[in-house]
Design a protein around this ligand. Structure first.
Ligand code: PLP
Length: 379
């Protein structure tokens, strides 16, 4: 089955009771049993719920995995991965990553005795210098948020294999429409389904997809034992979102390209971060592991300061100043004071998240209106 069919049919069955084409929202905590243990595969909705299972099958299908898991948020899904570890274990992570992931690693899991090494992974050779016998996980986000750095997943997966370390890839920005980490050698594909998979800025949710049954069983155990599951209504909404993922992503990519190219030519703009430019330092890797370049674009102006960046984001009218990304509507953000405020200034500036940086989640409106809006705000 091709991707554009999988988004609609992958892992899906019509409802066995009445043939409903969409799985009903099974808004129930429990399931009647004919005798103790005499149930139809469902006992209690923390453990299993038919609506959630339909969504989890869709996650597995679009990521070319075997097992999908849905969580109450992207961070809850990352939290489940971290619970695979023991005190004393070490993690090698991308240094330029989602602020909340950094906060979870450093403010929660460091206290539980897990050691993190945050490094630039533009050159994957550096990773091996940080691998010790205690390293159990490599955490990769690509494209990175918000600097749009690209990490070579195949190269990292070879290192992970060699040292028998798990590789998890946060695939939120690319989505499986553009990039399938499990096909590139990763063990775990992770999503904030809040973003493109949901796609309509109305649900907070996380996802994990794996191929290995043993790993899946450990994660299902954590999902049930820790209990950070999503509700059936949210599962229904994300399942509905996935059905149009391919059409939305096509437009996000088209509009992202138009916006990036407009900004790059504008005399007031200093730098545009978008992996589709040939001048992007890892453009070749982006081309080899992604099918297109997505709708996320970051930039700085020549004034290159906080005041100018704030002035622009406040002036925008079609773009809404807001956290988050990946919805149908265009959003603008100021990472230093919004999504990345939890990272110390010194740390974030090392990776390029300066006060002058603006991040755009380019939506699926008419690109003419988006460009006019940016033009007005910049000029
Ligand atoms: C939003 C986001 C997360 C966190 O997901 P939530 O659903 O907000 O918990 C993790 N990684 C990336 C890249 C994100 O954009």
């Amino acid at each position: 089955m091709k991707f554009n069919t999988k988004t609609i049919h992958g892992g899906q069955e019509h409802d066995p009771a009445y043939g409903a084409v969409m799985p009903p929202i099974y808004q129930t905590t429990t399931y009647a049993q004919s005798a103790p243990g005499g149930h139809k595969g469902y006992e209690y909705s923390r453990t299993h719920n038919p609506t959630r299972n339909a969504l989890e099958n869709a996650f597995a299908s679009i990521e070319n995995g075997k097992y999908g898991l849905a969580f109450s948020s992207g961070l809850a899904s990352i939290d489940a991965v971290l619970k695979l570890l023991q005190p004393g274990d070490e993690v090698v992570s991308t240094n330029d990553l989602y602020g909340g992931t950094y906060r979870l690693f450093t403010k929660i899991y460091e206290d539980f005795g897990i050691k993190f090494h945050f490094i630039g992974m533009g050159n994957t050779k550096k990773i091996e210098e940080y691998i010790t016998p205690d390293t159990k996980l490599i955490w990769v986000e690509t494209p990175t948020n918000p600097m749009m750095n690209i990490i070579d997943i195949v190269a990292v997966s070879k290192i992970a294999r060699k040292h028998d370390v798990l590789l998890a890839v946060d695939n939120t920005f690319a989505t499986p429409y553009l990039q399938r980490p499990l096909d590139l050698g990763a063990d775990i594909a992770m999503h904030s389904a809040t973003k493109y998979l949901g796609g309509h800025s109305d649900v907070v949710m996380g996802a994990l997809v794996v191929k290995d049954q043993g790993l899946a069983n450990r994660l299902y155990f954590i999902q049930n034992a820790s209990g950070a599951i999503c509700g059936p209504q949210d599962a229904f909404l994300v399942l509905r979102g996935i059905k149009t993922l391919h059409v939305r992503m096509q437009r996000h990519c088209e509009n992202g390209k138009a916006v990036a190219e407009f900004l790059a030519k504008h005399p007031k703009i200093k730098k545009v971060y978008w992996p589709g430019f040939e001048t992007h330092p890892n453009h070749d890797i982006a081309k080899s592991q992604m099918d297109d370049f997505g709708g996320m674009v970051s930039f700085t102006t020549k004034e290159n300061n906080y005041e100018e960046a704030i002035k622009i984001v406040k002036k925008l009218k079609v773009f809404t100043l807001a956290e988050s990304l990946g919805g149908v509507e265009s959003l603008a953000g100021h990472p230093a004071s919004m999504t990345h405020a939890s990272i110390p200034k010194e740390e974030r500036e090392k990776t390029g998240v300066v006060d002058a940086l603006i991040r755009l989640s380019v939506g699926i409106e008419d690109k003419f209106d988006l460009i006019e809006d940016l033009k007005m705000a910049i000029e």
